[in-house]
Design a protein around this ligand. Structure first.
Ligand SMILES: C[S@@+](CC[C@H](N)C(=O)[O-])C[C@H]1O[C@@H](n2cnc3c(N)ncnc32)[C@H](O)[C@@H]1O
Length: 195
């Protein structure tokens, strides 16, 4: 069942996104327009940042990766291509799920990965050894209680946003020249390991 959203309604998220990311007005309007029903709008993680997220999590054989809000599937597809690990991407937008499935076919990893139309708040998190997030701060906060209860050793990596009161294992900043939001062409990546 979906948790009750006590934090930002969409208008708050809009202001927060605008202020935090300083998105150029047109790009912001477009992405928010497409994202009215979403908990986080669709913005891609640049490929070099995807690579850095997977390296920070030390993805390796034997892992099972889960990307919550998988967009065009690039994190799951890259993990399968680079490290041979099976992955699941859950995404609320069916068009993006279709795009991710096509991408997996194109990249030759369709037998390793799955993309499902699913609300990330209803996703079973317990089978993953690595979970990746590029969401919003309040969405991270709502997921945190479930993430913290996962099997010890489960790694969680978040692009840009942290989680209050959960001390990170590592935090790094990587250059992100391909970033389509914000003025800073860099991304903050945070790793937690469940204790
Ligand atoms: C910022 S994008 C990140 C996409 C991809 N993970 C990446 O890093 O390139 C967030 C994604 O979450 C999806 N999303 C938003 N709310 C969702 C929900 N409740 N359940 C599943 N996906 C959701 C959006 O459609 C969007 O594709």
């Amino acid at each position: 069942m979906k948790p009750i959203r006590t934090l930002s309604p969409w208008f708050t998220r809009r202001s927060m996104l605008g202020a935090a990311l300083a998105v150029p007005a047109v790009a912001l309007a477009q992405s928010l327009d497409a994202a009215k029903e979403l908990d986080t709008p669709f913005v891609t993680t640049p490929q070099n940042v995807v690579d850095a997220m997977l390296e920070l999590a030390q993805v390796r054989a034997g892992d099972r990766l889960l990307d919550l809000g998988s967009g065009d599937g690039r994190i799951v597809i890259t993990a399968a291509k680079r490290f041979g690990v099976p992955g699941l991407g859950v995404e609320i937008d069916p068009r993006l799920v279709e795009r991710a499935r096509q991408g997996a076919l194109r990249e030759g990893v369709a037998d390793k990965v799955r993309f499902e139309i699913q609300d990330l708040f209803e996703t079973d998190l317990t089978q993953a050894t690595v979970i990746t997030l590029y969401l919003l701060p309040d969405v991270n906060e709502m997921l945190k209680p479930r993430l913290m209860k996962l099997k010890p050793g489960t790694r969680v990596v978040s692009h840009d946003w942290g989680m209050r009161d959960w001390p990170a294992e590592r935090e790094i900043v990587v250059e992100a020249p391909g970033k389509t939001v914000g003025l800073a062409k860099s991304s903050k990546l945070t790793l937690w390991i469940v204790k």
